[in-house]
Design a protein around this ligand. Structure first.
Ligand SMILES: [Zn+2]
Length: 470
């Protein structure tokens, strides 16, 4: 039996902030108290001066995902190790329904790939690309018997991932009625594809045109359309990677109207703005993600929405591709778009720096309280995706997924020191205040400073319940 007492740390949840001892036993939080007396054989860790946080929950992660002609360059092994070093102990990745198979086959395939590799706990959203009666039956089965209660659909990428409005509506109606969540990638895909075609015909091939061909208004239009479909379906809905005020203003209005709309943003939209695209250097392919970075004014609106709960989640959309072709054997990564921006795989890394970067720019700059920081990165994602209170908080009976975080430490970020297989980080050379010191997964110490103590395969697939939004 593995029993550990974390002594004298400052326990911070979405609602609490107090100094106490936390006893972890049999993988769960067994007791919380003051000056607890423990017997022989109990490992005691002094956490004076450290925060005791619930393990991070990252609900938007792409590990080993096949995307077009390539694959994201973190495996379930490397990506979950990087997550752990960053203080994330549960993540939700994706299972892609291909043209040939069903959501159930997609789940089984992703589990076969992940189970032997994962270092932290995980679940899956199914990406539904095609809807018919059988698919709807399989979706219902997945919700009731597989513990998979969320489904992602794309309004972008026609001919690849895009689902039409009727398909999205059908999914919203059924999944919503069963208490699950449809997560939407909201961008008007067909108009974007036209703008890309026109840009390339005009000889505009450099990476900056990625951003210019995906204007915020097309994110706003699709967000509005998604909201109206959810309203008609009487379903809750979740928008991934909200980047712009064009999208946000529809979300704010809908919430005020009482429509159950939820949304996430990602650290990169808070850390960087579209000024990075003012270059014709291929280097800016690092910032080719979807949606693209927006203006400082959009950023201001994102912070406001985070403060007032119009945005409820900060997830990474960790979708790493290497800049150097052939790095660790990965082919057709960012360089494949050297002469055509539309061939640059969309995405950027971020799984390991989510908590520290948000602590630095959010908490330390006075934009987020500590409680709100925990709520956005752990508690609310756990609630919206049916993982709470097993995950997302520090409470008696919850999984002992615990992060010891040093608010006084500083670190300088370099890709070579991170644990992702990606050969760059958007935060290269940046100094961040705050550092993850120790990480426990179900009571087991897996990260101890620089030292890795976890094991591939020790992570578990976590069956999820329905949305706990209200
Ligand atoms: Zn994504």
């Amino acid at each position: 039996m593995n029993t550990t007492l974390i002594r004298n740390g400052r326990v911070i949840t979405a609602t609490d902030d107090y100094v106490a001892d936390v006893l972890m036993q049999d993988g769960i939080i067994h007791a919380i108290g003051k000056n607890m007396v423990v017997g022989e054989g109990v490992k005691v860790i002094d956490a004076s001066g450290l925060y005791v946080l619930p393990g991070g929950v990252d609900t938007h992660v792409h590990l080993q995902n096949i995307i077009g002609p390539t694959v994201t360059c973190d495996t379930f092994a490397s990506g979950t190790r990087a997550a752990a070093f960053g203080g994330t102990t549960t993540l939700v990745d994706f299972a892609l329904q291909t043209a040939q198979d069903s959501p159930l086959e997609a789940i089984a395939r992703a589990q076969r790939l992940a189970d032997s590799q994962v270092n932290v706990d995980y679940s899956l959203h199914v990406i539904v690309t095609r809807v018919d009666a059988q698919v709807l039956a399989d979706v219902r089965h997945a919700m009731r018997h597989e513990g998979v209660t969320s489904f992602k659909m794309f309004m972008a990428y026609p001919g690849v991932m895009m689902a039409d409005d009727a398909a999205i509506f059908q999914m919203l109606r059924q999944v919503g009625a069963d208490g699950g969540m449809v997560a939407l990638h909201a961008e008007n895909g067909t108009v974007i594809d036209l703008l890309i075609k026109e840009a390339l015909e005009a000889g505009h091939a450099s990476p900056r045109y990625h951003a210019l061909t995906r204007p915020a208004i097309l994110e706003g239009e699709a967000t509005h359309r998604g909201i109206r479909l959810a309203e008609l379906a009487e379903a809750q809905i979740y928008f991934v990677h909200v980047s712009s005020n064009q999208a946000l203003k529809h979300i704010v209005t809908a919430r005020a109207e009482g429509i159950p709309v939820f949304a996430e943003t990602c650290p990169h939209y808070l850390l960087f703005d579209d000024s990075v695209y003012h270059s014709d250097e291929f280097e800016i392919a690092k910032y080719v993600m979807t949606p693209p970075l927006r203006t400082p004014d959009d950023q201001k609106h994102l912070w406001r929405a985070l403060r007032y709960d119009d945005l409820q989640v900060i997830a990474t959309d960790h979708c790493p591709f290497c800049m150097k072709e052939g790095h660790l054997g990965y082919q057709r990564q960012k360089m494949s778009g050297l002469h055509d921006f539309s061939k640059i795989p969309n995405g950027a890394p971020g799984i390991e720096t989510r908590l520290t970067s948000l602590f630095d720019i959010g908490v330390m700059q006075g934009k987020l309280s500590l409680n709100r920081f925990v709520q956005l990165t752990s508690t609310t994602p756990a609630k919206l995706f049916g993982l709470f209170p097993k995950k997302g908080t520090i409470a008696v009976g919850s999984d002992a997924d615990v992060v010891l975080f040093d608010p006084a430490a500083t670190q300088v970020i370099h890709a070579e020191h991170l644990h992702s297989q990606c050969d760059y980080t958007l935060l290269e050379g940046r100094t961040l205040r705050g550092q993850v010191k120790k990480v426990f997964l179900r009571g087991e110490l897996i990260v101890d400073g620089e030292q890795w103590l976890g094991r591939e395969g020790m992570g578990r697939f976590v069956p999820r319940g329905t949305v706990q939004a209200f």
